[in-house]
Write a protein that binds this ligand. Structure first.
Ligand code: APR
Ligand code: PHB
Length: 390
């Protein structure tokens, strides 16, 4: 088999890349380790920057998002018994975000690929990347019991944090930067009315909590929990009681509770692997970087990578120019580091570190006190949350 670009990973990064390439006449094959049902059962984040929504419109996958997604003009920070609204629209001169679940977005991308007869091989195993430094690399894998090999011009490593692409770059040319946080988030999805029209990020003496949503009838909530904890330790009652204590009383008073549909714990980490290119291999999305979810940046960073990478590849095929490919790693990483900074800042600002860092705890008080009186800091938070320009 032969194609122009082999894309490893059928998550949002890989699917969006294959769709954008296809619309520009560039062929690709997507290799995905899991089944489609499995990929579509993963509950992930749901706040999309305008850069991402614009890219989805360009990729012709925005019909359902534009009909069902909700534009948010702002979000709320809650701490010390008060709430502070970050007015995204006013502070950024008109920018907003879209609330639309990543799972729905992934479903839309699969449908769009099907409509254009895109090739996606599911349940591939033992993917190996070959000859990355040559002009004719290839990818081999097991599919339906048979070993196969696809020759190509380029390989896009879109296979997430546990993929093979990142570690196919030799250790001597790769640098990893990592910070793990000493806690996780317990997330709950429930068929209940969201407690508010906008997202609420709450700091409390007992720990962080986030009130988010997927629709008018579907809520997504999170509470900070110990890393060693397990979801089985959390009955629905325990979860709702904990969440209620961590958000302001007047908001907790209108919290609608109900059975959880999904409950899971995720660790919080920052991770960046440099460079994002090695020979003909280009990394994008979670394969190259992870951010803690507090800034809602994971999916949005995947989108900016795919914007730069698709533009560079299309430019190469349409005009023979190497320029975008040459600068891809540097351009993508510049935005990745800034979004990582913001995600780290929001994580440090709102979580409870008091067990290990009493000084840091007082710094949070000072930072939040400063934030209340400083439109400059509010503006900085707003422009980062709404998304830095591509
Ligand atoms: N071979 C083929 N596919 C693989 C392999 C492999 N060796 N390893 C992993 N995969 C697949 C995974 O099963 C997954 O479907 O690659 C896909 C990667 O998808 P994601 O993890 O969703 O990563 P990405 O597409 O970059 O999406 C951006 O931003 O922070 C996040 O939650 C957010 O998942 C979102 C991500
Ligand atoms: C979510 O809705 O899952 C969500 C929203 C905002 C975040 C993280 C997660 O910062």
């Amino acid at each position: 088999m032969k194609t122009q670009v082999v894309i490893i990973g059928g998550g949002p990064s890989g699917l969006l890349l294959s769709q954008l390439l296809d619309l520009a006449g560039v062929d690709s094959v997507v290799l995905e380790r899991k089944s489609r049902d499995y990929v579509l059962s993963r509950i992930r984040a749901g706040v999309l920057e305008q850069g991402l929504t614009d890219l989805l419109r360009k990729a012709q996958v925005s019909t359902r998002m534009d009909a069902e997604g909700k534009i948010h003009d702002g979000f709320c920070l809650a701490f010390g018994g008060q709430t502070l609204r970050i007015d995204l629209k006013r502070l950024t001169g008109g920018k907003t975000v879209m609330v639309y679940g990543q799972t729905e977005l992934t479903r839309d991308l699969y449908e769009a690929r099907d409509a254009l007869n895109g090739t996606i091989l599911h349940e591939v195993e033992d993917v190996v990347l070959h000859d990355l430094k040559s002009a004719s690399p290839s990818v081999s894998f097991l599919h339906a019991g048979e070993r196969q090999r696809i020759a190509c011009d380029f390989i896009a490593g879109c296979d997430g944090f546990h993929g093979v692409s990142c570690t196919s770059i030799p250790a001597e040319v790769r640098t990893e930067y990592e910070k793990t946080f000493p806690f996780g988030w317990l997330g709950v999805l429930s068929r209940t009315r969201p407690v508010d029209d906008e997202l609420i990020y709450a700091r409390s003496p007992e720990g962080f909590a986030l009130c988010s949503m997927r629709s008018d009838t579907l809520s997504r909530y999170y509470v900070q929990c110990p890393l060693s904890d397990s979801a089985e330790n959390w009955s629905d009652d325990r979860f709702w009681n904990t969440l209620s204590r961590r958000i302001p009383a007047h908001i907790a008073a209108r919290l609608e509770t109900g059975p959880s549909i999904e409950k899971s714990i995720a660790p919080l980490r920052s991770f960046i692997s440099e460079p994002m290119r090695f020979g003909q291999l280009f990394l994008a999305g979670d394969a190259a970087h992870i951010v803690p979810p507090t800034g809602a940046k994971g999916l949005n960073l995947a989108a900016s990578d795919i914007f730069y990478l698709s533009t560079a590849l299309i430019d190469f095929y349409q005009s023979g120019s190497n320029a975008g490919l040459q600068t891809y790693s540097q351009t993508a990483l510049s935005r990745v580091w800034k979004a990582s900074r913001f995600s780290w800042f929001m994580t440090e600002l709102l979580h409870d570190f008091s067990q290990t860092d009493r000084f840091g705890d007082r710094m949070q008080d000072a930072q939040l006190d400063y934030l209340v009186g400083s439109e400059a800091l509010q503006t900085s938070i707003a422009e980062n949350y709404a998304g830095l320009p591509y």
